[in-house]
Design a protein around this ligand. Structure first.
Ligand code: SF4
Length: 494
């Protein structure tokens, strides 16, 4: 059977010919979709379903039977009604529009639905491929639109799907790409038909416009301490790599680096950590006891679940709080993990307020996250406004000594994240934990609360186990901050 170039493969080929070739010739190399990507797909599906409401009287064409879907689409075109997910196959090209809307006597508009919050260049390529297929199949296309999420929408009561979406006419941008689309398609078919895999080295396209599913395969060959660990390396890292410099320690002296990148090179060359005792001391002097080590876990959804929430707004459902009255003193631990499908924010804020004393530093890691969540909660729940205002000046961001390179250990690989700093400084890590990152925490909370994407409801035992794992994970986040602060004190003999 002749090879079929679908819309997603066309976009993959534009991003990287090597990925396209592997997709056709060595598909076993493509890893299974991970939970985070599946969540994005599921969100996209929910958004797609809601978008159909804009077009009453539209016909959903089942997609489970590939050829049946194409046949049915042909039949239904005559009815001149909005068509959802009808497939078109012509000259080994295949595309399936989210929505085809009939206009005038014999024309159609293409409406592509995205769960993103802005229009990107890849969307123009996406729709240009579709338009080309549908016109080849004999349709007259009038205009092309992108329907995407309006991130300024705030839910109040039932979802107002008219306000949830923004619609942009992208006909002009699509037409610009149409003039040489056949050349691009020919080139991609040539790649697909080739016996050997295109020789493509890692490059900026590996994460743009999408994170390539072969990332680990291609990037996994890099040695430890590669130039891609340079903080804000960007083009500089690629320039070094293509000129044959793979390791940070090999970067020539005359190569222009930022001050922090120079620290990385010095550490790589000397094998020693960088410690700026004066800067760390100054940072630590701002800490006032009792200290409150605080961390939140949140989830977000494309379609807001509660009143007063915007699309993709982070909703806090869990916190861990360690309190310490004096340096190296005993720790008191408080935690909260909401249970139930309702909006967790009111209970979250009340519980937090119970435990936060009136003075003392509040230590968080990357403070903009926790501060933004508190401000958003206070906006939705004005009874907490004054309390949140009073908390804000007490925040101290523990990421600062690492982001500003007061401390640097090459094990961090240029990262200031707590997941990188903890093993580098203390040899401890999140490895082996059932939940070991915020993304998984969020997905697991959603799964045990609202069910899995396939409709499976978590059993009572599963819920119990996941809640236990969530509590352990969040507790480690604040405990890690205690250890890191104490280690910084040791380094400066405070
Ligand atoms: S990781 Fe990069 S080089 Fe490798 S297949 Fe993907 S886009 Fe191409």
């Amino acid at each position: 059977m002749a090879r079929l170039l679908t819309k997603s493969k066309y976009l993959m080929g534009l991003q990287c010919p090597k990925a396209l070739w592997i997709m056709f010739h060595e598909p076993d190399k493509i890893p299974e979709v991970d939970a985070a990507t599946q969540h994005i797909f599921d969100q996209g599906h929910l958004v797609g379903e809601l978008a159909k409401k804009w077009f009453p009287g539209g016909i959903d064409i089942p997609t489970d039977d590939f050829m049946g879907n194409i046949k049915k689409t042909k039949e239904l075109l005559e009815q001149r009604k909005p068509l959802f997910e009808g497939g078109f196959m012509v000259d080994n090209l295949f595309a399936r529009p989210d929505i085809l809307n009939p206009v005038n006597d014999d024309e159609w508009d293409i409406i592509e639905v995205k769960s993103s919050t802005s229009v990107k260049e890849v969307n123009h390529h996406d729709v240009s491929f579709q338009k080309y297929c549908y016109e080849k199949a004999g349709l007259k296309i009038r205009k092309c639109f992108l329907m995407y999420i309006n991130n300024q929408y705030v839910r109040q009561g039932e979802i107002n799907y008219k306000e949830l979406f923004a619609m942009q006419d992208i006909t002009e941008e699509v037409d610009k790409l149409s003039s040489d689309i056949q050349e691009r398609i020919d080139l991609l078919f040539k790649i697909i038909g080739s016996e050997s895999c295109p020789n493509i080295s890692i490059n900026g396209n590996c994460t743009n416009p999408y994170a390539c599913s072969l990332y680990d395969e291609c990037w996994g060959v890099l040695p430890e301490d590669s130039v891609f660990d340079l903080i804000r390396g960007g083009k500089k890292s690629f320039e070094l790599y293509t000129n044959g410099c793979t390791l940070i320690k090999e970067i020539p002296d005359e190569f222009k680096l930022t001050a922090n990148q120079c620290i990385q090179r010095n550490c790589a060359q000397s094998g020693k950590n960088h410690i700026d005792k004066d800067a760390i001391t100054k940072f630590l002097e701002s800490v006032e006891y009792p200290v409150y080590y605080l961390d939140f876990e949140t989830f977000n959804t494309a379609i807001p679940l509660y009143d007063g929430v915007k699309p993709y707004q982070q909703v806090p459902f869990q916190f861990s709080l360690h309190i310490q009255d004096a340096p190296n003193g005993e720790l008191k631990h408080h935690e909260f993990l909401f249970e139930g499908k309702e909006d967790p924010r009111s209970a979250f804020m009340s519980k937090l307020k119970e435990h936060m004393g009136e003075k003392g530093s509040i230590i968080v890691y990357n403070q903009s996250f926790e501060i933004s969540r508190l401000k958003e909660c206070a906006q939705a729940l004005p009874e907490f406004q004054e309390w949140v205002e009073a908390l804000l000046p007490r925040f101290i961001d523990l990421i600062i000594p690492f982001r500003k390179f007061y401390y640097y250990n090459p094990i961090q690989k240029g990262s200031a994240s707590i997941k990188a700093v903890l093993p580098a400084m203390l040899g401890k890590s999140y490895k082996g934990m059932a939940i070991s990152d915020g993304g998984t925490a969020s997905l697991e909370y959603l799964r045990i609360t609202f069910g899995a994407s396939d409709g499976t409801i978590a059993s009572a035992d599963d819920v119990k186990a996941v809640r236990g794992n969530l509590l352990k994970y969040c507790e480690l986040d604040t405990e890690a901050m205690v250890w890191i602060l104490e280690e910084l004190m040791k380094l400066t003999n405070l």
